[in-house]
Design a protein around this ligand. Structure first.
Ligand SMILES: NC(=O)c1ccc[n+]([C@@H]2O[C@H](COP(=O)([O-])OP(=O)(O)OC[C@H]3O[C@@H](n4cnc5c(N)ncnc54)[C@H](OP(=O)(O)O)[C@@H]3O)[C@@H](O)[C@H]2O)c1
Length: 288
């Protein structure tokens, strides 16, 4: 099947590689062309514009930063793509309301739209082990589920458009809360001079342990945030999306606002493109 993928960033590039590896004909487009170029050698066709890319295939996967980027591409002021007979598959992390609005706009253009945000990062893309959460109708699910298995073995139909987007934000709120909580506890342990191994010996078998603590521990101990899978700036984006959705649902969000402030301070330190565990630098600044 011919498939278009727009956005060959940290996630989109390995996703295009998986599509190619599964035998699909793949057309790619990226705003910064150099990031798409290496895919040509693997057999992808590079589209000259996003409009050409969308016209090229019945399905276009979007793996771009946010809803504003999708809108810029799908509804540019000039040279709008003809969406008739085209399906837009949104796989980045955007808000439920944004996804519902995009679906309506695409349908006005006589196109089709569904969402399939993912949990997991670059390693999981490469291994085909993403958790793929689908927001769409039963007929859309039937049409696209086999393709989605290229990214994860067991895609899950969550509900209509917006539901998978909401589930993804709920999970990313946990990423932010977990890293903030673990950074603070580890920092106090270090400052008090308690042996970190003793802390872990108590924590590991307890109900308080989360696998992501172990995963991020080496980065925190080494203060090494290079070669990010998921950058701090994207986590801040998702926390803001969650806050917006949670406030609209009349939830008390002051705890998460504190974490947002930590992430904002981390960006002010110039760590926006680093791994999100760089929030540790704000919780536990060097030389203080
Ligand atoms: N990284 C992860 O672990 C992970 C996991 C799950 C979900 N996600 C989500 O997946 C999405 C992509 O993440 P990523 O990590 O791959 O991000 P990334 O490396 O920053 O890539 C972002 C992509 O969006 C494109 N883009 C941004 N603004 C644009 C605009 N106005 N017009 C056209 N293209 C635009 C970028 O193009 P340029 O190259 O030209 O800048 C790039 O291709 C995000 O929503 C993220 O939250 C990420």
């Amino acid at each position: 099947m011919q498939i278009t993928l727009i956005g060959t960033g940290l996630m989109g590039k390995p996703m295009a590689e998986r599509l190619l590896g599964s035998g699909h004909d793949v057309v790619v487009y990226n705003r910064t062309p150099e990031k798409a170029k290496p895919l040509e050698a693997l057999g992808a066709t590079i589209a000259p514009t996003a409009t050409h890319a969308i016209q090229a295939s019945p399905l276009t996967i979007f793996m771009v930063t946010d809803a504003a980027a999708i809108r810029d591409i799908v509804f540019p002021p000039r040279g709008k793509p003809n969406l008739q007979g085209r399906t837009i598959l949104q796989m980045g992390t955007i808000a439920p309301g944004e996804s519902v609005a995009l679906a309506q706009e695409v349908r006005v253009g006589i196109g089709d739209y569904l969402e399939a945000p993912v949990l997991g990062s670059i390693a999981e893309v490469r291994a085909g082990q993403l958790i793929v959460m689908v927001g769409g109708s039963a007929p859309q699910w039937d049409r696209w589920v086999d393709l989605l298995k290229c990214f994860g073995p067991e895609p899950l139909l969550v509900g209509p458009v917006g539901h998978a987007a909401g589930l993804k934000l709920a999970l990313n709120q946990l990423i932010a809360s977990h890293i903030a909580a673990f950074s603070l506890s580890l920092s106090l342990i270090q400052r008090l001079g308690v042996d970190v191994e003793v802390f872990l010996k108590v924590l590991r078998p307890s109900p308080l342990a989360a696998p992501m603590f172990e995963k991020k521990l080496p980065r925190l101990l080494d203060r090494n945030y290079a070669q990010p899978n998921f950058p701090t700036a994207h986590l801040l984006k998702d926390v803001n999306l969650f806050l917006h959705a949670a406030e609209a649902a009349n939830l008390e969000t002051s705890a998460l606002k504190g974490i947002r402030s930590l992430l904002e301070k981390t960006l002010e330190k110039g760590l926006g493109e680093m791994d999100y565990s760089s929030l540790f630098e704000t919780v536990n600044p060097r030389n203080s």
